[in-house]
Write a protein that binds this ligand. Structure first.
Ligand code: FAD
Ligand code: DLZ
Ligand code: SF4
Length: 508
């Protein structure tokens, strides 16, 4: 009797550890669209459509490669609507008594498999550069985990952009060159778009019928849903956007959600692209003199540095990580995160992009939606739920350390050495949002004062005990303390006013 091989929606890689362990002549691959996965958080319909279409095409590819695949669609009346349930049904149908699986990217599903009513052998997800053991060994005995040191190890390990044992160009990191504000007339090409084929149309009909009423816009679906398309999207990015990726990495322009970003994270995270081929394409373009070093290094750092570091933190810190809340923040997530209905132009823009595309780029996530949530003291669990739902690239292993750690500082500094907070000036410098805003970024007190300005000081003031001795924040406390007492009082009162409006559900 053969065994079952589980392939999850974000495990759509040809080279998957569980498949490598299996035997196509006797084993059965199990893939299932199930409500337990569409609803553990209420994912954006574009994310569900993307995954279902990519899963269906992957099943077809596996069949072509000689595997027997048992695929359950969401609307199959026999569907038990959970992964363990579908494994059990498959076991009953085939007589299989055990399951081979690649470790899922979420503790919730790892536990569900461990508790499944039949034995599941879990193999490491080796589609990553750094294994759990390697990350643990790197972290062992370090007082602080800093991405930059980890990244240098990964550069050495991969040899990417290395000249012998030295970083190409003499520097490890060219981030200093990657902070240009947007200028007029920038023409961002945007990601490559794909017209839905028959499989995608079928999935869109299903998703529209089942999830059409939930948050997020399904219309105008253009994502890649198979590896060949994802590779074309990668080439398009390298050719068209990468040359200016570094320069404008932090820039934000109204109506330009993608800027020079890759929009490859949904494809990489689901397994349609591997880190190696993505980095290789970028390194090759740099070697060929097609892109500057700050762009290539900046991009490769995100993949072999940040992405791997973030995953290492998730598995190192364990299942209680998502419940952390060292700052004791407990305010409810404002309604405008779901509707975009706010007078703050920056938030309106980033929330609308998110609703429309299931995408926002890094600085929008970090310095607009994340920054506001942190300044306003929103419950980390609620903002974590929001990020996990709304982005097509969100799985807990990558979303949680970015949100709980990097963005909300709820882990007390595991991911970042200081909270990412800023007043409106940062947004004003890096975007054109403030031009269209009901508030004034120049005003620091009063009714028209930009809420980021008020809440920035409010945050620092209410968390003084924790942060004033942080050397990277001491300067800000000195600035605050030098302000006249009356002015400080007015700023705090203004911050209180905004927070009271949020609590009362009034428009901000
Ligand atoms: P680009 O900037 O064009 O490409 C860089 C690539 O590097 C991405 O495709 C991604 O694979 C990787 N990358 C860059 N930064 C990170 C990072 N911090 N962590 C992991 N990978 C990174 N990324 C996710 O993949 N899933 C998430 O759920 C997610 N949630 C986030 C939440 C917050 C609050 C923040 C601040 C960041 C989050 N990120 C997340 C990281 C980052 O914002 C996205 O990876 C990026 O916006 C994806 O778009 P892109 O492909 O156009 O990015
Ligand atoms: C995110 C997701 C969704 C929406 N649906 C499915 C599904 O129906 N079947 C499936 O196998 N996987 C799905 N996924 C991806 C899983 O939730 C993901 O594998 C875990 O969160 C671990 O990363
Ligand atoms: Fe955002 Fe403040 Fe600028 Fe308005 S003024 S867009 S709230 S930063």
């Amino acid at each position: 009797v053969g065994r079952l091989i589980l392939v999850l929606g974000d495990q759509l890689s040809d080279d998957l550890s569980a498949l490598r362990e299996g035997d196509p002549t006797t084993d059965t691959v199990v893939m299932a669209e199930v409500q337990a996965e569409t609803d553990y958080v209420l994912h954006h319909p574009k994310k569900i459509a993307f995954l279902f279409a990519a899963m269906r095409k992957h099943a077809a590819r596996l069949r072509q490669a000689g595997w027997t695949v048992r695929y359950t669609t969401l609307d199959d009346p026999e569907n038990s609507q959970s992964i363990p349930g579908e494994l059990l049904r498959a076991a009953e149908a085939t007589g299989a008594a055990e399951v081979l699986a690649t470790e899922p990217g979420e503790f919730r599903l790892i536990s569900a498999l461990e508790d499944a009513p039949l034995p599941v052998h879990m193999f490491p997800d080796d589609r990553f550069l750094c294994s759990h053991a390697e990350f643990e060994a790197w972290a062992e005995g370090r007082k602080e985990l800093r991405m930059e040191w980890f990244y240098r190890e990964m550069r050495r390990k991969t040899g990417l952009m290395m000249e012998d044992d030295k970083p190409a160009g003499g520097k490890w990191n060219y981030d200093h060159d990657n902070r240009k504000p947007p200028k007029d007339g920038l023409d961002a090409p945007g990601p490559m778009r794909f017209t839905p084929d028959e499989t995608v149309e079928e999935v869109l009909d299903l998703v529209r019928a089942r999830f059409g009423n939930r948050y997020g816009r399904l219309n105008d679906f253009w994502f890649a849903t198979e590896p060949g398309q994802a590779r074309r999207a990668l080439s398009h990015f390298v050719k068209r956007s990468l040359p200016l990726y570094g320069d404008y990495q932090d820039a934000m322009v109204a109506g330009e959600p993608f800027m020079f970003h890759a929009m490859l994270s949904p494809y990489i995270n689901a397994g349609l692209l591997g880190w190696r081929e993505v980095c290789k394409a970028v390194e090759d373009a740099w070697k060929a003199g097609e892109v500057p070093i700050n762009a290539a290094e900046g991009f490769i750092r995100q993949i072999i540095g940040w992405r791997e570091f973030i995953r290492g933190v998730y598995f190192l810190e364990g299942p209680d990580y998502t419940a952390r809340n060292v700052l004791g923040h407990d305010r409810d997530l404002p309604e405008f995160y779901w509707t975009g209905e706010t007078d703050m132009a920056c938030l309106r823009e980033c929330v609308r992009t998110t609703m429309d595309e299931a995408y926002a780029h890094h600085i929008q996530r970090l310095m607009v939606t994340g920054n506001f949530s942190l300044l306003a003291g929103i419950s980390p669990a609620q903002i974590h739920d929001w990020y996990l739902r709304v982005y097509a690239d969100a799985y807990e292993w990558v979303e949680a350390p970015n949100v709980i750690g990097m963005s909300q500082f709820a882990d007390g500094g595991v991911v970042g050495s200081k909270p990412y907070v800023s007043g409106g000036n940062y947004i004003a410098r890096m975007s054109d949002y403030c031009k269209g805003c009901a508030y004034s970024v120049k005003e620091k007190v009063g009714d028209r004062a930009c809420p980021f300005n008020l809440l920035y000081w409010h945050f620092l003031d209410r968390h003084r005990a924790r942060f004033q001795s942080n050397p990277r924040m001491a300067q800000m406390y000195r600035t605050w303390d030098r302000m006249e007492a009356d002015r400080r009082g007015a700023v705090i009162a203004g911050g209180d006013r905004i927070l009271a409006r949020l609590d009362a559900g009034e428009r901000v």
